[in-house]
Structures are given as structure tokens and as C-alpha cells.
Ligand binder design. Sequence first.
Ligand code: PLP
Length: 385
Amino acid sequence: MENKGLAHTDLDHNATGTVARECLEAMLGCLQPGIGNPSSAHAAGMRAKGLLQESRAEVARLIGAQSREIVFTSSGTEANHTAILGILTERPDRRHIVTSRVEHPATLRLLRHLEGSGVRVTYLPVDGEGRLAPSAVREAITPDTGLVTLMWANNETGVLFPIPEIAEATQAVGVAFHVDAVQAAGRVPIDVARVPVDMLSLSGHKLHAPPGAGALFVRKGLKIAPLLYGHQERGLRGGTENLPAIVAFARACALARADLTDQAVRIARLRNDLEQAICDRFPFARVHGALAPRLPNTSNIGFGTLDGERIMTSLDRRGIAVSLGAACAAGGMEPSHVLMAMGLDRQAALAAIRFSFGRYNTHACVDRVLAHLPEILREAAARVA
Ligand code: PLP
């Protein structure tokens, strides 16, 4: 990397968050002698089991669930797979799934794969602001529908779907509803005691824990088949639990829950200041999804006809990490499927940069971006000319 020696400014928290010291310490505490396999009957095993139970309760608290409704997985991707495949296997007579065009590849690629084996998928459109109409979900449901799977917050734009309203609708017709809350959890309030979703995916590393642990909330009474067979996680997810990552994930949930509203207000202010300053100084810039309800931490900004990849690389050279569309697509030059679904043309989609804030960002991070942007955009414009 060329940014050696420069202070690092992380504005790419939707890709992965800076690891919180508290999470690291919790993880290290678990890697000491005397902590065994949670399935073992000896003292070290019992200690591990205790930590696992405490972690389960902590993760459950973040979303208003009961401990026994939390199934630990390795990631958000695995949680999504467990939900989708778990329902399909359990209800083989229902071969239709409703989703949206702007889901994360962790969902979309699985669904495309399933289409090859006879599953019918309806991909609902969004409007120019990235919004999904609950009526479209209601209308897409047929007697053959086994599952509605939708994200709570979009990872690229931060746009929030009206999950409570959609949950009421799916509940009314008795169709299982899975929500990918990987970006929403810990950033906006989620309470599954009030919102009748059936399953909900979480991922630790979006919350300042290291990667390695996610979770699927499975509402009490709902039957799904496991993805991995084994005796762990009440038979719903085989494989020895990744206790150090799980303990760190739980610590991250506790941190998020302790000051969720304060952080949301603080971070939204940083995000709004950045957007305002960019739009004031560069009138050709456009905030994608600005009119929709959004996560407080995410800003997806289009820079006219400039080359987004060039802007991202130039920011990176100055020690500022941002993303070009989704992180997973960062290596390629394919325009974002999310922005294309919002009606942008290819060039406009390729000019978009995602800034995503976390709990350790301060106003100095905004100031750094604003200090470097004029030069970076001038250079990018010279390339286009
Ligand atoms: N769902 C959404 C909305 C995401 O943003 C991501 C990751 O970026 C995932 C799922 C996958 O989560 P994980 O990286 O834990 O597999």
C-alpha cells in the first residue's frame, strides 16, 4: 500500500468495522488455558458453555429476542443461507421466494443458484431513492410462496426498507419472513418482540467485532432445517462454536446497545456535515437515496461523470478508506446492481463512492476528506477531459 506512514481514516464501516478494544480483550480472554469446548462436560467446557450462554443472551438483548432464539453462525452470509435453505428444505412444497433487486450478494447469488434447481424467485424493484413499497411485497405473494427475504438496511446506500409494515403483511398471510439485518443491527433500533419477523440475520464484524461470528434469530416455534448437521446450537448449526469470535460479537452488541441513540445522532451529524459540504462545494455531486429513510452512518455519493474508482484510489493513497459500491464488488468494474436498480445509468453508477461511519470516527475524519477532495476531483476531472 502507498499510504504507509499516513494516519488511517476508516470510512468503510459497512465493509467491516475497526475492531473495538473491548471486543479484542473479550476475545483474548477466551483464548486462555481453562476455556474448553462448550460441549465438553469438564470444568473448562462448563466455563466455555457459560460464556456461550452469556453471549447468546447479550446478542438476543440487542434485538429484543429470547436467548434460545439465537443460533450462532460463522457470518451474516451463513445466517442468510441457513434461513433461506432451512425454510426451503422444511417446506419443499412451496417453491417461490420473494426478494428485492438490491439485496446483498450473500442472498442474491444463492437465489440465482436456487433458480437453477426449480425455485421461482420474484425480484421486486425499488424506486429512484432505493425505496421498496410494502404493497409490492403483498402483491408478489402467491399460494406457492414459502419465504419473503429482504434486507433491513441496504449496505451500499443505507436505505431502510419498511420492515415492520412488511412483517405485518407476511404474518397476515402466514408466509415466513427473513430479514437480513446485517447492516441495520446496532445502528437503528430493532425489536423482534414488536416486529413479527420470523428470522433475522446478524454479523459481528459490522459492529466492531472481528469477523468469524454471526447469528440467525429464529422465532420460537418456527421449524427450519440446519445447513450444517451436528449437535451444537440445538441441532440447528453443527460445528464447534467459534467462542472467541462469539464472545467478541456479544461484547460488540453490548457496546452498541449501551449508546445506540447517542451514537446514531452523533454519527448522522458527521454524515450530514459531509454530505452538505460536498454538495455545497461540488454542485454536480448527488446523494443517492437522500430522500429515503436511511441508516445514520451511510452516504453514497455520485460524482457526476467522474471515475469513482479513481476517486477511491486517490483517497486511499491519502490514507482514507472508502468503498466503491459494495465492498465485495470493489475489485471489479461492474456498476453496482443497487444503483442500477435505482435507475442510474452505468456511468453515473461507476461515479459513486460509499462513505460509511463507525463509532470511532470524529469530525476530523470529515475534515480530512474535505481537505483532500478538491484536488482529487480536479485530477479525476482532468482525466475525463
Ligand atoms: N448482508 C448484508 C446486507 C451485508 O452488508 C453483508 C456484508 O457486507 C452480508 C450480508 C454478509 O455478511 P458477512 O460478511 O458477515 O458474511
